[in-house]
Design a protein around this ligand. Structure first.
Ligand code: ZN
Length: 205
């Protein structure tokens, strides 16, 4: 089985409780500490086995192989990746069965992280997630006053649109954000604009 590590909790000295996102579900497994075990880290993609033990209610994480990509050795990229993984875990943690969308999204991001600007990859992937979940507010109705936003757009958590006059925030170019919502591409946004979106995203997905 393959999965991405979305969360790790340390228990009893060096043992770990590990939550993995697989193709169709979130699974939580127990990993005994052992000197012969390789290190595992948040965000790693693993090939593994879940071994059921009659003595325990939680299955064991065994036969772990880290399916690492080269970009993971780049600390800056890996930090951004782990940050997004934590946000995704908070978003999904109470769901057991999932559509493969989320696993496939991480696979796609994983491949793109090798060559593309990781912050742009995260922002574009988040647009895909919002669209998939039916939460992309591309009608540009201000969530505060319920009138349409035509200029001085501010985006808040979950990229909810609002007027600059209605809510505190950094004003964004509405034409560019409309294009982002329509195409899912950050191509016409400059790095400062992409960084503003990444900051909003960090408030929670
Ligand atoms: Zn408003």
């Amino acid at each position: 089985m393959q999965g991405y590590i979305l969360n790790i909790n340390r228990v009893k000295d060096e043992d770990l409780i590990v939550t993995l996102l697989t193709q169709n579900r979130l699974i939580t497994l127990y990993r005994f500490y052992g000197a012969r075990h390789g290190n595992i880290n948040l965000g790693y993609k693993l090939d593994f086995e879940a071994i059921h033990s009659p003595k325990s209610s939680i299955s064991m994480l065994r036969n772990v192989l880290h399916l690492g990509d080269k970009w993971m050795a780049n600390p800056k990229r890996f930090f951004i990746w782990q940050h997004f993984i934590k946000l995704l875990y908070t978003h999904l943690k109470d769901i057991e069965e999932l559509d493969s969308f989320y696993f496939d999204l991480l696979d796609t991001m994983n491949h793109k992280f090798e060559k593309q600007n990781p912050i742009r990859v995260v922002v574009e992937s988040y647009i895909a997630l919002l669209e998939y979940e039916g939460r992309l507010h591309d009608d540009f109705i201000c969530f505060s006053c319920e009138n349409i936003v035509t200029q001085n757009l501010v985006l808040t958590r979950s990229f909810l649109p609002a007027h600059y006059e209605c809510i505190f925030g950094t004003s964004l170019n509405i034409e560019k954000i409309m294009e982002l919502f329509l195409t899912g591409s950050t191509l016409n946004l400059d790095d400062d604009e992409v960084n503003i979106l990444w900051k909003i995203l960090q408030e929670g997905i």
